[in-house]
Design a protein around this ligand. Structure first.
Ligand code: FAD
Ligand code: 2HG
Ligand code: ZN
Length: 491
């Protein structure tokens, strides 16, 4: 999978190589013998493999050292030492990132946040949660559920990803439409700069106009300027009633009409509007063996969720929405979840796509933001291009197994995924840079929510102009003059 993942990259000779003295030093820094077993892993055995390999098993690094500090003070000591020694590092949370950003490219030290996993405080009146960066998203949400609140972010990787990783990638997820971006809900954070400075910006205030809002720089910076050690976040009350509808449509034109109708009719209770194409749903059927909720087959499916305070009222609204769009011939067929089990089952048709694709071999992923009217055209054009080049087909002689489109319709965010039997340069060349040019022509973004990592590092220019890239480089140099933080990635 990985032999040619980084054809244009060479190890930066300015970085030092880890010595036995370094390892001894880290062992001393991270505490007693028993803590060290967990805290420093030095064997290049199976144990270290998961830290070197990304979720897609597409990118693989060669670290021999994983450090698991327990707090900002330990991170500070580790980073200060690395900075002085010019040892390059990669911050790593749950390692669910989809752009190869969370694993080393060469021998960078992995600083994993899994032992920084404490909830620090929660204030029910304000809804502000303060937690360590290594708290797993689902754990944070369960903690909040017990207190009738909700983490304002949800995504398919919730069982593994860390909230520090979420903030560092500015993850979008399934309900951004309702709860907004982390740039709005994160109130503060604590981070450590490469020189060991602890940035205490862990404010719990909703409003704070006292100078530059520096915390925003860490949101989405993918570990390139510092390591986030804690987050303070505004959490809404948990909705008392959550309902979901799943339906099939004959055209993308109708998908847009249904979205418009949902916004108009469900307005304040609308909490998700997700799009899945027919091929993506067939893949879920093939990999799970589950029976599809609708009888007929359609080229498009949508999942609509409402979250409100009155179950009966919300259900009546959702029923009347479904009746109206079916009556108007916009939606061909649809179902409503009648209980929690059906609710979860319907969501799995959307959340399970990434996992289903992973069973096919490799996947080229394009996480794009484009004006709504053209959202699905990208999938059609890509399919046509690969067909014309003789790369897609049903039997084993064709390298491409599926071209699918799905995503967060409500955010104009499409996930174009091209599944291949194995990673294949001919396929990659047929898609890139064509796909980026296609997006640029429509003033879109080549990364709506997953970030740039190593996968999109060369393509930032398709979405950011020279001035913006220059300013980013200046910021990077200011925060990380030795360039030790997540090198070879986008900046
Ligand atoms: P990692 O993968 O460990 O790291 C991601 C990046 O952040 C790396 O560059 C890393 O160096 C950096 N980083 C991690 N922790 C820190 C830290 N504490 N300080 C500084 N830098 C850090 N993403 C979405 O936006 N929306 C989705 O709907 C979505 N769904 C997904 C579904 C599945 C099944 C999978 C596998 C992934 C999905 N993702 C989605 C991508 C991924 O889960 C998110 O990007 C997530 O936020 C990454 O969190 P993590 O803890 O796994 O971070
Ligand atoms: C989703 O929305 C995630 O399901 C993953 O962002 C998308 O795998 C992908 O391309
Ligand atoms: Zn997504």
């Amino acid at each position: 999978f990985t032999s040619d993942a980084y054809p244009n990259l060479k190890r930066n000779p300015n970085f030092a190589e880890i010595s036995a003295e370094d390892v001894a030093h880290f062992k001393e820094l991270l505490g007693s013998q028993s803590a060290v077993i967990d805290g420093v892993t030095t064997d290049a055995t199976d144990d270290i493999e998961p830290f070197n390999s990304d979720w897609m098993r597409k990118y693989r690094g060669h670290t021999r050292l994983v450090l698991k500090p327990q707090n900002a003070q330990e991170v500070s000591k580790v980073l200060k030492y690395c900075n002085e020694r010019k040892l390059a590092v990669v911050p790593q949370g749950g390692n669910t990132g989809l752009v190869g950003g969370s694993v080393p490219v060469f021998d960078e030290i992995v600083i994993n946040t899994s032992r920084m996993n404490q909830i620090r405080s929660f204030d029910a009146a304000s809804g502000v949660l303060v937690a360590d960066a290594g708290v797993i998203l689902e754990t944070a949400d369960q903690y909040l559920a017990e207190r009738e609140h909700l983490f304002p972010l949800d995504l398919g990787a919730k069982g593994s990803c860390h909230i520090g990783g979420n903030v560092s990638t500015n993850a979008g997820g399934l309900r951004l439409l309702r709860y907004g971006s982390l740039h709005g809900s994160v109130l503060g954070l604590e981070a450590v700069l490469p020189d060991g400075t602890i940035v205490d910006a862990l404010s719990t205030l909703r409003k704070n106009n006292t100078g530059y809002d520096l915390k925003q720089l860490f949101i989405g910076s993918e570990g390139t300027i510092g390591l986030v050690t804690a987050v303070s976040i505004q959490c809404p009350p948990r909705p008392k009633a959550v309902n979901v509808a799943y339906f099939g449509l004959e055209s993308f034109e109708q998908v847009q009409q249904a979205y418009l109708a949902a916004k108009g009719q469900l307005s304040e209770i609308l909490s998700a509007f997700e799009l899945m194409d027919g091929r993506s749903q067939k893949l879920v059927i093939e990999s799970t063996g589950n029976k599809h909720p609708l009888e007929g087959e359609y080229p498009f499916y949508c999942l609509v969720e409402t979250s409100g305070s009155n179950a009966e009222h919300d259900m009546a609204k959702l029923e009347s929405f479904l009746e109206s769009v079916m009556g108007d011939g916009i939606v061909a067929d649809g179902v409503l979840a009648q209980d929690e089990t059906q609710f979860q089952a319907l969501w799995r048709w959307r959340e399970g796509i990434t996992e289903s694709l992973s069973h096919l071999g490799g996947t080229y992923k394009y996480d794009v933001s484009i004006p709504l009217a053209d959202l699905y055209l990208l999938v059609e054009d890509c399919k046509a291009r690969l067909t014309e080049k003789g790369l897609v087909g049903d039997d084993d002689s064709f390298p491409v197994r599926a071209v699918v489109g799905y995503g967060h319709m409500g955010d104009s965010n499409l996930h174009l995924n091209v599944a291949v039997r194995q990673y294949n340069k001919e396929v990659e060349k047929a898609i890139e840079p064509w796909v980026y040019e296609w997006i640029q022509k429509r003033q879109g973004s080549i990364s709506a929510e997953h970030g740039l990592g190593v996968a999109k590092r060369e393509f930032i220019g398709y979405s950011q102009n020279e001035t913006m890239v220059k300013l980013m480089k200046q910021l990077k140099n200011l925060y990380d003059p030795n360039g030790i933080m997540n090198p070879y990635k986008y900046i």
